[in-house]
Design a protein around this ligand. Structure first.
Ligand SMILES: [Zn+2]
Ligand SMILES: [Zn+2]
Length: 427
């Protein structure tokens, strides 16, 4: 499972010295490589280490694996119907799930498994996502156990790669302390941290949420311990699919009528189809195409209808749901200029002044029959690919208030409005 936001540590083929800050230091996956890219080709990923360095690594490239997945909760993975039998968090397990092979119906979350809850002689199966096949591990007793470090409680931080919060930190170079690591609503887990700056101001910042990293750690803190061999090797032991964040969501339940897309490559799809409706060479045609869910089977596979009345039963792990929008929805335009440029091809096209609307809030004024959106941002209207925007999670009425209370604001003012809005929302 290659998703932006995943927290990683160095893996079996690591040959990159102390780029990560030392063994056990954490980083965040913030870009998944794609075929044809020179900077970050297929089977590589880009990681921002908590200590600040940003580099790409092999996740199958030349058959080498540089990374292990430490935690996929920040990428939004959860098992909502499975409660950890140790910490009993009622919203279900976030991140990887560990199921005891000796006891009846006994599950642990990542934290409880790694902090030695339950009998250390019992063997567990690891489920990376709700759709994964369980991987049998060895007993924890006798396995190598390491510490992990990074932007955890007590760490000293400064503003980092994706900082866009003006001088909330008191100015560039000012330090803060991490008070807490938590999730962002129900969307992602262990993905944001609460920081108090030397000025006394505190707020929540992204450490993995949507693949964003707001902070660099100048004094890493101990996060916990992990059984290194019990973690998946990134790109090897796990289902490979991409979740590029905004616009496309995975790990969601699918309902009849949902618009969906196959978001894995052909080889991966073929593999995922085993035991989930099977493989047919004509399925190649549906990779990347938009289809509609017309039935969910008893075992949770998805029947999808494509143009020309083609229907396939597909593994939900291969699918992502496309958000559907309504007129008057408040949306946030994607931050990533490269991604938006790419998405706009054939969907309203890209023109350079659009740089000014990236990361901003706008309102949907019209939906075209092909799904493209007319969106008003700062008084100007644009045609956007629905994948270039994300439905804004706040209440629409509340946001209307905010947007209308600054009717004549300049672009810069509007920017600080949406920024302070963001800061307020995530408090
Ligand atoms: Zn637990
Ligand atoms: Zn047990």
């Amino acid at each position: 499972m290659l998703s932006v936001g995943c927290r990683v540590v160095r893996g079996p083929d690591w040959v990159w010295g102390e780029q990560d800050g030392g063994e056990g230091h954490c980083g965040t996956l913030f870009q998944v490589g794609r075929p044809g890219s020179k900077q970050s080709p297929d089977k590589t990923v880009v990681v921002i280490w908590d200590t600040g360095r940003e580099t790409n690594y092999r996740v199958g490239y030349n058959n080498a694996y540089d990374l292990r997945l430490l935690d996929n909760a920040p990428a939004g993975v959860k098992h909502p119907n499975i409660i950890c039998d140790s910490c009993k968090r009622s919203q279900g397990i976030v991140g990887m799930r560990f199921k005891c092979c000796s006891c009846f119906d006994f599950d642990l979350c990542f934290h409880c498994y790694m902090s030695d809850k339950h009998d250390l002689n019992h063997i567990f199966q690891r489920f990376d996502t709700p759709h994964s096949v369980g991987v049998e591990l060895t007993a924890r007793k006798g396995s190598t156990k390491l510490n992990y470090y990074g932007t955890f409680i007590g760490a000293k931080v400064v503003r980092g790669s994706h900082w866009e919060w003006n001088d909330q930190d008191g100015g560039e170079g000012k330090t803060g302390r991490v008070l807490d690591v938590r999730g962002w609503d129900n969307e992602t887990g262990r993905s944001v941290v609460n920081v108090t700056w030397t000025s006394g101001f505190s707020n929540i910042y992204r450490m993995g949420h949507k693949g964003r990293v707001d902070l660099t750690c100048v004094e890493p803190a101990l996060g916990g311990t992990y059984y290194c061999d019990h973690l998946p090797v990134l790109g090897r032991d796990m289902e490979v699919y991409e979740n590029r964040g905004e616009g496309v969501s995975s790990h969601l339940t699918f309902s009849v009528g949902d618009k969906v897309k196959v978001v894995v490559d052909v080889d991966t799809l073929r593999r995922l189809q085993e035991g989930h409706g099977g493989w047919n060479p004509r399925m190649v045609e549906c990779v990347g195409a938009t289809g509609q869910v017309h039935r969910v089977t008893d075992r949770g596979d998805i029947r999808v209808c494509y143009d020309g009345n083609m229907r396939w039963t597909l593994n939900p792990a291969a699918l992502a749901k496309l958000h559907s929008f309504s007129v008057n929805d408040v949306v946030m335009v994607d931050y990533d200029v490269i991604r938006v440029k790419h998405l706009q091809k054939g969907h309203g096209e890209w023109i350079d002044p659009m740089v000014s609307i990236l990361g901003k809030l706008g309102k949907v004024t019209k939906i075209y029959s092909d799904g493209d959106l007319r969106v008003t941002v700062d008084g100007q209207t644009w045609t956007l690919n629905p994948l270039s925007v994300q439905l804004w999670a706040g209440s629409t009425a509340e946001l209307e208030n905010i947007m209308e209370s600054h009717p004549s604001s300049t672009a810069q003012d509007a920017d600080s409005t949406s920024t302070s809005r963001l800061a307020k929302l995530i408090t």
